[in-house]
Design a protein around this ligand. Structure first.
Ligand code: IPM
Ligand code: MG
Length: 357
């Protein structure tokens, strides 16, 4: 089985290195091939998603992705910015289902900014539609304002849209994920204001007929944002569109104390997937050896589970991560008094050691 390794920018390379060490330490050997992406792709080939990188991603059975983005590239025109790499991969590979779990490890309860009783035992799964919505809707751009009080001025605009089939397929993913968990699904929308999301609500309600064992509720996105900090444990699985999912998944991640702990999977219709930490490239700490590699290591575990059909290897990695947390090892982002501060590669080595035990 072939895995495309796309480290990207900022802390991407150093955290991906740790996950690669872990993959190489498993009993089963995988063929790993690395290619530049994001700012690194632009630097090497003049494009954030170079042709060779896209070809490798298409040919591979799964993709391990670090992170993209760096201040250096912020002044490039939009089409050449690092973010276009991840958006392009999602679109070209049809990775429409983004799974972002937010799990609070008991050892890290103190790292959350919320009261322990609000977050202890938290285990929720956000399912974000990833290839539609206002992210990809056409037309978009800057034009002359056609009407209203600002007629004739320049205006920026984007298009929010969801096709029926797009909503149906993500709804199926969400109901099926809920069936494997606590059988509760919350669909997040803005049906009170947006046509797109009234339609979303109607279609999700219709798909629900095929999953009578799952309890479905609908929630407006503003209320969902509030409930996520007020009583996050009321949720099991949330499903929402691309834009709302982007925002809510960052919010949910911080319930757990550190975004540095959270993996994610982006799957196509056949469970081929791209796996990446939920956090970004953090260029401010890049190269300092302090980044938390656990989200990337846990992303590799998700890859083994969802795309490579090796759930037992995934369990091994997840247990090794739990073991290092139990040993009290912490990168600076999750450090608390009384624990042991370690760097990126020390954390990777500790996971390797736990894996061998
Ligand atoms: C994410 C990121 C991306 C997104 C950016 C980097 C384009 O924020 O994966 O959540 O908005 O989807
Ligand atoms: Mg985001």
């Amino acid at each position: 089985m072939k895995i495309a390794i796309l480290p990207g920018d900022g802390i991407g390379p150093e955290i991906v290195d740790q996950a690669v060490k872990v993959l190489n330490a498993l009993d089963e050997k995988f063929e790993l091939e690395t290619a530049p992406v994001g700012g690194a792709g632009y630097a090497a080939h003049g494009h954030p998603l170079p042709e060779g990188t896209l070809a490798l991603a298409k040919a591979a059975d799964a993709i391990l992705f670090g992170a993209v983005g760096d201040f250096k590239y912020d002044t490039l025109e939009r089409a050449l910015r690092p973010e276009q790499a991840i958006l392009g991969l999602r679109k070209h590979l049809g990775l429409f289902a983004n799974l972002r779990p937010a799990i609070l490890y008991p050892e890290l309860a103190g790292a959350s900014t919320l009261k322990p009783e609000v977050v202890s035992g938290l285990d929720i799964l956000i399912i974000r539609e990833l290839t539609g919505d206002i992210y990809f809707g056409q037309p978009r751009g800057v034009r002359e304002c056609p009407d209203g009080a600002f007629k004739g001025q320049r205006e920026g605009f984007d298009t929010m849209r969801y096709a029926e089939g797009e909503i149906r397929r993500i709804a199926h993913v969400a109901f099926q994920a809920a069936q494997k968990r606590d059988k509760r699904l919350t669909s997040v929308d803005k049906a009170n204001v947006l046509e797109t999301f009234q339609f979303w609500r109607d279609i999700v309600t219709d798909v629900h007929k095929e999953y009578p064992d799952v309890a479905l509720d609908h929630m407006y996105v503003d209320n969902a944002a509030m409930q996520l900090v007020r009583a996050p444990k009321r949720f099991d699985v949330l499903v929402t569109g691309n834009m709302f999912g982007d925002i809510l998944s960052d919010q949910a991640s911080m319930l757990t104390g550190s975004i540095g702990m959270l993996p994610s999977a982006s799957l196509d219709a056949n469970n081929k997937g791209l796996y990446e930490p939920s956090h970004g490239s953090a260029p401010d700490i890049a190269g300092k050896g302090v980044a938390n590699p656990l989200a990337t290591i846990l992303s590799a575990a998700m890859m083994l589970r969802y795309s490579l059909g090796r759930p037992e290897q995934a369990d091994r990695i997840e247990n090794a991560v739990k073991a290092v947390l139990k040993q009290g090892l912490r990168t600076p982002d999750i450090y608390e008094e009384g624990t042991t501060k370690v760097g990126t590669s020390q954390m990777g080595d500790a996971v390797l050691k736990a894996l061998a035990q």
